[in-house]
Each structure stands twice: as structure tokens, then as C-alpha cells.
Design a protein around this ligand. Sequence first.
Ligand SMILES: [Zn+2]
Length: 284
Amino acid sequence: MKISQFNISNFKVDGGAMFGVVPKTMWGKVYPSDENNLIPLSLKSLVVEANGRVVLIDNGIGSKQDAKFMSHVYAFGGEGLLPGLAARGYRPEDVTDVILTHLHFDHCGGGIFRDSHGKFQLTFPNALYHVSAAQWEWATHPNSREDDSFLPENILPMKELGALHLIESEGELIPGLSLRIFNGHTRGQLIPLISYRGKTLVFCADLFPFTAQIPLPWIMSYDVEPLKTLQEKEQFLNEALRGNYILLYEHDYFADCSRLQLTAKGIRATEGFSFQQLLKELNE
Ligand SMILES: [Zn+2]
């Protein structure tokens, strides 16, 4: 198995929205914000190559949104989706599977592009696009609180173009890569667990966007069922601590990965480290 991670781009959101009921006097100490209270987030994808499959996990905002939309997300930096893949040796047609943890615009927008005739096309023409059945149902009948995050142009073409594969239950997608389902952030979020060199790596998506969100009550305002998130975090963190899992953060601007440690205050992230460091350590 070969794994690669790259940052598609960064963007900014309101810091308070990312930390829910935690006051700024607390989150401000661990995650810096600018003069408008905005904090930087990354959009990091993971590529897993194994058993003749090339699996891409999440794919950023994409290029379909207009200037007005983009002016609200303050995108900056990053390698870009296709250049990032190319730098790791993959063409769009090499990708066999796209896992979408969920259908919020910052996780799935790169999977569909608008061609020169204005038609929607698959960015990865040979890939199956995996989404949980629960998330598909949830996103195609959106509640008004999440409506702005589910953009039809990111979602409906997957089905119309015949690429959609619905995941009904938890389990292995390919040997060494299994999918878990969580419901607090949004219904049916898929969290990939990867077995690599004897370790379990977790693609945390919006279950744990940053190392700073490991403490139980540090939950995004965006979550549709925060008490469910609380329960899911507690259960999963205990499992992850016992199993010495390594957490990969899609959104953490400052850290690619961390482990977990038990402190007097409960389970916390260790100091963050880069994906390169992780590979170096695991491949030694
Ligand atoms: Zn989300």
C-alpha cells in the first residue's frame, strides 16, 4: 500500500463557528484568528493506492463556484487538486475510487467540473464515487440549516453521470481500508480507517477537524446533532487511544497528524506533526 497526502487549498471561516460553545478566550489560545475573527483551514486529501486501486478521499471546493461565492471562503495557497495529484504521480483517469466523507461543499466540490460547453463532467472519469446512503438522502433533501453547504451542482451530477455508489453500512471498501459511519456533524459521515504498516490511520474529516477539537465539548456550531457528536467522539477517542491510532486532519492548518495521549484532563492530541514525518517514521 502507498499513501500520499496533499493540501488542495486553504480557506477561512469564522472562528466562533468552528468552536461552538467554547469562548474565544479559550480557543484563541490554541488556534489563531485574524482581525475579522477568521481562522485558516486546510483542505487535505489522502490518496491510498492498494490492490490495483487508487482511492482519493475528499477533493476540496472545486472550480465551479463564482467569484461571489469564493469571496466568502477566502481561498488561498495549496497545491490545487489535479496538480497535487500529478505531483504524486496520478492522472485523473488513474483514480478508481473517490470516497466522499460527506457532501458539504468543501469536501466534494472537486469531483465535478463544468466543461467548455457548460456541462457537468466527472473530474475522475473512471472512478466510482462513494457516499453513504444516509448522507445522500440527507443532502438531497436538505434541512435549511445545512442547505448552504449542499450545492446541487456538486451532488446531482454524480448520479446523473453514473458514478455514484451508495455505501449502506460500515465495513471494508478494499483490503486495508474500511469505512465507519458517524452522524453528529451531518447524517452519514464516512470516516476512513487505513491499516498501514501495522498502524491504524484515521482520516478525521469533520469528526475532528483540528487537533484542538479532541477535547469532548469542543464541537463545531455546524454540527446538526452536537450531543450525538459528543457521544461519538467519546466512544471513538477511547477506541483510538487503546489502538494507538494516528489521526490525519483534513482541516488543521497547523498539523497534518497527531497521536492521542491520556492526560489528567482526559484524552488529548499529542503535538501535531507533518505527514512527511509520519511516513518517515512508519517506513523506517
Ligand atoms: Zn462538514
